[in-house]
Design a protein around this ligand. Structure first.
Ligand code: PGA
Length: 243
């Protein structure tokens, strides 16, 4: 099955340019609607993007005072204070630098006793604020978006998943050893991501070339989670082979 293939592809000349183009799209949204509901992502690829947003905030171009944010995912069994947690990443990359209100920041709870309830509540919270206006995504070498690993049904909302070995290997640089990398994560589901009104996907580095090619083929398959985006009406992919 092929998707509508209306993804907009933007090639950036450098990692910095990719980050700037993406930040400009988010800045524009925030200027148009200061109460924008942001969907945010973690990972090495997004670091330059957050630097650009912080720069724009410090220059007085944008404010996050009325914005809300929902992050894609979090490791299971890791506290927000843990330096390897995605909550900690977000604090360091963005939240401690800008005027976002604490109560408007949402990261899935990975350290709660009832993960299923936390997952259902997360989707309910997103719905209650009218849905995500603009969602930032990265992509795994295996095509995962959020932590939706290959084989995830496209119909699921926020849920708990088992991380693949390749994902744990890719992320072990943030831990002391592979044994410390959590085995599970809580992640927005593909359906949650597809419900976002606009999606911006960042891809950087030679290791992602295969993922770029597969996404570009237009094939839609649960074996390659990002391919669901072929059926979304407003996706911009900003990519660069260099980092
Ligand atoms: P990365 O992560 O930016 O660190 O490569 C992206 C992802 O796995 O979604």
């Amino acid at each position: 099955m092929n998707g509508v293939a209306n993804i907009k592809w933007v090639e950036a000349a450098s990692y910095e340019e990719m980050s700037k183009i993406a930040a400009d799209i988010f800045k524009e949204k925030l200027k148009q609607n200061p109460a924008t509901v942001l969907g945010l992502a973690t990972g090495g690829t997004a670091e330059g993007f957050y630097k650009e947003l912080v720069k724009a905030y410090k220059a007085g171009e944008i404010s996050f005072e009325n914005a809300q944010s929902f992050n894609l995912d979090e490791y299971v069994g890791i506290n927000p204070e843990n330096k390897a947690s995605y909550h900690y990443y977000m604090d360091q990359q963005l939240f401690i630098h800008v005027d976002m209100k604490q109560e408007n920041i949402h990261v899935p709870k990975g350290n709660t006793a009832n993960l299923q309830a936390a997952a259902a509540e997360y989707d309910a919270m997103i719905k209650a604020v009218g849905g995500i206006d603009i969602q930032l995504l990265g992509i795994g070498v295996n095509g995962h978006i959020g932590f939706n690993e290959p084989g995830t049904p496209f119909t699921v909302g926020t849920n708990v998943i088992e991380l693949t070995q390749s994902t744990r290997e890719a992320n072990k640089i943030y831990f002391n050893s592979i044994d410390e990398v959590p085995t599970h994560a809580i992640t927005m589901g593909i359906q949650t991501i597809m419900n976002a009104k606009k999606v911006v996907l960042l891809i950087s580095g030679a290791s992602k070339q295969k993922a770029i090619n597969r996404l570009r083929s237009g094939e839609v398959t649960e074996d390659f989670p990002a391919s669901a985006l072929n059926n979304h009406q407003d996706v911009t992919v900003i990519y660069t082979g260099l980092k």
